[in-house]
Design a protein. Structure first.
Length: 344
């Protein structure tokens, strides 16, 4: 009798827990497990997707599980688009300049000196651009659906050796800089490299690179550039790149309507979590940078000259190169149009 009571009590507890979990779920649906591919370690860029994963589990009572696989466990950083096309996983992070030939239209968001310095303007513009037909077409070729931008902050550059206090000092420097920013640095005479983040860290520490451009400040710390750097730029703000999150279209299309609605309804919250993570990192890192490194701030005349040399000429060259493939000019114009809308 005593054993029966214990078994019955245990069953009742399990039943109560299951009922409690079910009642806590706001979204009912089937059991689904998604794998997302990401290189490196958890950091500000992944903060929003981590929020998404937690909310998915909570809202569905654990039925919709999303797990991020870090460290390139599922795919190398340059091969995440290939993995999506092969249905190897349900989602992935990409950086457009890791494979510009695979996502030519998306490269518009790596052009230098776009009007994206304000985080909320940046959020609005990139949300709109992720729905632009040319960028959607880019991703469709890889069985991918654009989900959210990583909203990478404006880049700044950390380096070691002679500090580039004048624009002419960049000549001959080996600088890790991707996309349009890399083109801008070339205009100054720098030697451009486009190594993935992890490889850049090793190259910088071994002396194969003089400087590295990364989203300021979190990425310089995440990839250990700050450990060896002796100087940093703090107001160059030459632009950024697009490292965002994509879903596998096949997997997304198989989801029930309520899960699709949940994912799309979370986009703003995901991006807000990323912005908060970047701000938190800056609050911690910037005082440390100023304490251990030489800060380089350029005067207004120098910045104006840099933008004249490496701004519009780079846009015009990019448009000329791509206009026969897609409406490149329309894409550049769209960025400015959405930026103006965001400021109203």
């Amino acid at each position: 009798m005593h054993t029966f009571v214990k078994v019955a009590l245990g069953a009742a507890v399990l039943s109560f827990c299951a009922a409690t979990q079910a009642s806590a779920a706001n979204i009912d649906g089937p059991s689904v497990f998604w794998k997302l591919s990401m290189w490196g370690k958890p950091r500000a860029l992944s903060a929003g997707i981590e929020v998404l994963a937690k909310r998915a589990a909570k809202e569905t009572g654990g039925k919709f599980k999303i797990k991020i696989f870090y460290g390139g466990q599922l795919s190398k950083s340059r091969e995440n688009l290939d993995g999506l096309k092969l249905n190897a996983f349900e989602g992935a992070a990409i950086c457009n300049f890791y494979h510009p030939g695979k996502n030519p239209a998306l490269m518009v968001l790596s052009l230098p000196f776009l009007p994206l310095g304000d985080p909320q303007v940046d959020k609005y513009v990139r949300t709109k651009m992720f729905e632009h037909p040319a960028i959607v077409a880019d991703m469709t070729k890889w069985n991918a659906l654009p989900y959210v931008s990583g909203l990478l902050p404006q880049y700044e550059i950390l380096g070691k050796g002679k500090a580039p206090v004048k624009l002419s000092d960049w000549k001959g420097m080996r600088v890790r800089a991707g996309g349009g920013l890399g083109s801008a640095m070339q205009k100054l005479g720098a030697i451009r490299t486009t190594l993935p983040a992890g490889e850049s860290s090793v190259a910088f520490q071994r002396g194969a690179l003089d400087a590295a451009a990364f989203p300021f400040t979190y990425a310089h710390v995440a990839f250990k550039i700050s450990e060896k750097a002796t100087w940093f730029t703090s107001n160059l703000t030459p632009g950024t790149s697009e490292c965002g999150w994509l879903f596998n279209k096949t997997a997304y299309n198989k989801l029930p309507a309520q899960y699709k609605k949940f994912l799309m309804g979370m986009r703003s919250e995901v991006m807000d979590a990323q912005l908060a993570a970047y701000a938190k990192a800056d609050k911690k890192n910037l005082p440390m940078f100023k304490k251990k490194m030489k800060e380089i701030r350029y005067d207004a005349a120098t910045l104006k000259k840099f933008r004249e040399v490496a701004g519009k000429p780079v846009w015009d060259a990019w448009i000329k190169k791509n206009q026969s493939k897609f409406d490149a000019k329309g894409l550049v114009d769209a960025v400015w149009k959405y930026a103006a809308e965001a400021k109203k």
